[in-house]
Write a protein that binds this ligand. Structure first.
Ligand SMILES: Cc1cc2nc3c(=O)[nH]c(=O)nc-3n(C[C@H](O)[C@H](O)[C@H](O)COP(=O)(O)OP(=O)(O)OC[C@H]3O[C@@H](n4cnc5c(N)ncnc54)[C@H](O)[C@@H]3O)c2cc1C
Length: 505
């Protein structure tokens, strides 16, 4: 096989999304996975709103929405009673079209693999990366093929999407500092009955052992996630569902009829020291891992892939200097560090032991949560954080300017328009300019001359609430983040932006 542009190691969600985004932009990729078949267990369930927004670039969103499950409510249980229910139905209102959503990882990976196959890219299975060397002008990798034969292959870049035990990270000699929680997690996908099997999310606040019931599509189907911390946690490999199920049965009255999948695992909280070394990159679980509480892991890997894909393609096609690749680490590592710190704090609080912690969980939380959900600002703050729509790259060298509330590096605020919404323009992967109001002749002319799409939306008063400014100019990067925001339509500032960053349109 000839030299490929990018050798992607690992066909989990991160590697698959990277392969899709690169292929759509015209790159020539190879994607390998040492497993002989795609994952068959559900693992990550939550697909966050930001992922669904970005999936519009490849027309994947409607498929996911059709196959997954909306979560209409959150219920908190104390001492065997449902104390509080808060509606999640309107949580996303005014912020994004997508509320809390569940789509099991195995089905999700299948969808991504099928989409990749329609682009004539097959995952090369039972094919393991054994070693690689960075030659300065490319990578030479040694692959172990299914028949045990070794193959040398060349690529311009290598993407390590090979999970928490990443061999790419080991070969690069990059540290993975952090720690490991004392608790053992268990997950069980079950067919069951009972009041917590009503298609909503249920969390038990009783004991220091965390327990949550997540709805799966189909009646009576759910995922139980819990922690075990006593002597049973010493040998998790021997644990059966029966050893841990008493809690769910006693506290949330879950009547389990069939266990479809049961697994235990220890959770680490770690972020790699570097996301890039010369021509090799680390993405997804290979770069950051943390508690599954909050459903962030898989979505963050997908976000890494979409952040890197356009930068790689710009370098491969000579439209950006190699230094743009440094912004991948600067932007994504900063977010991963923040995320790991937040999930760590949340998880530690949720599982803290002692009377004070119990009092806080069982007495204070049921009082505070409904109040927080009634306060629009608090509700928006919590949802924006969990749904990842708040991710921004303000400190990136690629971010410039400010117009009203919107700064370079922000996610563009979402608004409904006369014909749909402003994210309809995400259907292609490329630079674009947005104006809400009227675009002047000079800006129109600049966009035509530079072959950049200009999207103009007639001004509506509601746009101001979303943070947009009438007649301001928003330059969007190919991953849809705001590169440059300016109150005035100044085509010269666009020219300067591209020349300062040595970007060619
Ligand atoms: C039990 C469980 C429950 C979870 N629940 C949640 C949840 O609720 N929410 C959430 O967000 N996250 C959850 N996660 C985490 C989530 O599954 C991961 O964040 C996600 O899978 C990361 O995707 P990835 O593509 O980066 O890595 P992975 O999915 O780990 O994929 C890595 C791939 O690389 C391949 N590979 C490894 N080494 C090599 C090699 N040398 N050569 C070739 N291929 C190689 C592997 O076979 C694998 O297919 C859960 C994980 C587990 C295990």
């Amino acid at each position: 096989m000839g030299r490929s542009d990018v050798l992607i190691v690992g066909a989990g969600p991160t590697g698959l999304v990277l392969a899709l985004w690169l292929t759509r932009q015209g790159a020539n990729v190879r994607i390998i996975d040492r497993a002989n078949e795609p994952g068959t267990t559900s693992r990550a369930l939550a697909v966050q709103a930001r992922t669904l927004e970005l999936y519009r670039q490849l027309d994947l969103t409607d498929d996911v929405l059709e196959k997954g499950h909306k979560v209409p409510g959150l219920n908190l249980w104390v001492q065997g009673r449902k104390e509080v229910r808060v509606s999640l139905d309107t949580l996303a209102e005014g912020l994004t079209p997508y509320g809390p959503f569940i789509y099991p990882q195995d089905q999700h990976e299948r969808l991504l693999t099928e989409r990749l196959a329609t682009m004539n890219i097959e995952v090369e299975r039972s094919t393991e990366l054994a070693d690689f060397q960075d030659m300065g002008d490319g990578i030479i990798a040694t692959l172990r093929r299914p028949d045990g034969q070794e193959e040398r292959c060349e690529a311009a870049f290598l993407a390590g999407c090979d999970g928490a035990r990443s061999i790419v990270r080991k070969i690069l000699g990059i540290g993975f500092p952090g720690g490991t929680y004392q608790q053992v997690f268990y997950v069980a996908d079950v067919d069951a009955a009972g009041p917590a099997l009503d298609g909503e999310l249920h969390i038990d606040l009783d004991a220091a052992d965390f327990l949550a019931v997540f709805p799966l599509k189909g009646e009576g189907r759910a995922r139980l996630i819990g922690t075990v911390r006593d002597e049973r946690a010493e040998h998790p490999e021997h644990l059966q569902f029966e050893d841990v199920s008493d809690h769910a049965i006693r506290h949330m009255k879950v009547e389990v009829r069939k266990v479809n999948w049961f697994s235990t695992y220890r959770v680490h909280h770690r972020v790699t020291d570097h996301f890039r070394k010369a021509r090799a990159f680390l993405l997804g679980d290979a770069a950051h891992i943390h508690s599954p509480a909050g459903g962030q892991g898989m979505n963050t890997g997908i976000g890494d892939a979409i952040n890197l894909a356009w930068k790689l393609q710009a370098v491969l096609t000579g439209r950006a200097p190699a230094t743009i690749l440094d912004t991948y680490e600067a932007e994504r590592r900063a977010f991963a560090l923040k995320l790991v710190a937040t999930t760590d704090r949340g998880f530690t609080l949720a599982t803290a032991e002692g009377r004070a912690a119990d009092f806080f969980r069982t007495r204070i939380v049921p009082l505070v949560v409904p109040t927080l959900f009634r306060l629009e600002r608090a509700r928006d703050f919590m949802f924006s954080a969990v749904s990842q729509i708040v991710i921004a790259y303000h400190d990136s060298t690629l971010s410039a300017g400010k117009a009203g509330d919107v700064r370079g590096g922000d996610r563009l605020p979402w608004v409904s328009t006369a014909s749909g919404d402003n994210f309809d323009t995400f259907a292609t992967i490329g630079w674009q300019v947005h104006v809400y109001g009227t675009a002047g002749a000079a800006l129109r002319d600049w966009c035509t001359r530079n072959n950049i799409t200009l999207n103009v939306f007639g001004w509506l008063a509601s746009y101001e609430d979303a943070g947009l400014t009438v007649d301001a100019m928003y330059l969007l990067r190919p991953d849809t983040y705001v590169a440059l925001a300016a109150e005035q339509q100044d085509p010269d500032s666009l020219t300067r932006y591209f020349s300062d960053h040595r970007l060619v349109l």
